[in-house]
Design a protein around this ligand. Sequence first.
Ligand code: ADP
Length: 414
Amino acid sequence: MNILVLNCGSSSLKFQIIETDLDLIEKNADVQKAKGLVERIGSQSLVTLQAAGKAPLKQAAGLRDHRAALDYVVRWIISPEAMVPGVRSLADIHAVGHRVVHGAEKFTKSVVIDEAVIRGIEDCIDLAPLHNPANLKGITSAHELLGPGVPQVAVFDTSFHSTMPETAYLYAIPYQLYRRHKIRRYGFHGTSHRYVAYRYRQLAGKEFEDTNLITLHLGNGCSACAIKKGASVDTSMGLTPLEGLVMGTRGGDMDPAVLEYLWHKEAMTMAEIDAMLNKQSGLLGLSGLTNDMRELLDEEREHKDRRATLAIEIFCQRIRKYIGAYLAEMGGADAIVFTGGIGENSAPIRQRVCTGLEWLGIEVDAEINAKLVGKEGEITQSGSRVRTFVIPTNEELLIARDTVRCVRNVPRRW
Ligand code: ADP
């Protein structure tokens, strides 16, 4: 089946065409046929389109909303110019898989989208006011453009973490607030943590029940996940993606009293505080320079910038803190997995995170680590008790596979 995978943000749309099916999943032989991105939807949009094995095409277009953006993308996909193998008309797009950010407690698995699922995603809007409405726009646009005969599947960022026990997901605030408003930790990046756990199983030759590891998704957003017997038992993001690790522009864990203090001292509104916490904090806030880890590492190397170093050190220290906490919580783990733009590509950050953790049995081979950039592999020193892996994430592939499994009604976990 040719699956159109869609990831709609508030002003962006990312897509891939992936051919997959039950036999291809079994053989790990799925084929990525095209991918692309529309940015700045609503004004002069920037469109990047790329058929597999070809150079990317960059175009400008006036695309007023997500429907117009998807229409543009789909026209290109089926055009002779794109030459996407096996995709000549709308009828060659067999199903659509959507990344949906928040499924709250309603959605613990990927599901075929119907009216009730749409209402369920709408019910979660309060918890993800920027993301879920954009995801819904993607769903309605695909329905209008491809017709009701093309099945659509929702794959939630939260559902992998639905196995967390109460002890991990409850905040220690009055219990009735959980009952009344479902205020609790949900966690995000679930598709990424789940994908790298699956690849780890393949690389390490482990069964589901023997999958005990800590996965570190380090991109613009960052989160850690404790996986025991194949299931998420704790993760660093909470009710929203603000909690946990230091990220590009989010600060992660902090004393909630800071908010009231800021409100007094800086006369900031809640909207301003929210924007500050989401967009001006983290690596950007600490360094005063950038949210891009590459640039921070360059600044540190070339100009010995003190605040660049500080931002990098705090970023790594917070990760170490979570590794220690999760090892204690899980009673040990067999492996650590690095993924996301930073985790996959930055050997210096991986090295800095793991330095000092040798006593826990986490020993990285500096030479192997330095050479492993953007590809899958193990960076463990021989004799290390805990193995360390780099595994590039592939959320789109998992969304395509879940779409096939849902459409074919094959039972699956999450
Ligand atoms: P997103 O979370 O938006 O999907 P990515 O997973 O692509 O983001 O990660 C983006 C981050 O990865 C940026 O901070 C970027 O600086 C960082 N990154 C990418 N390549 C490197 C590299 N070689 N060294 C350090 N950081 C890198």
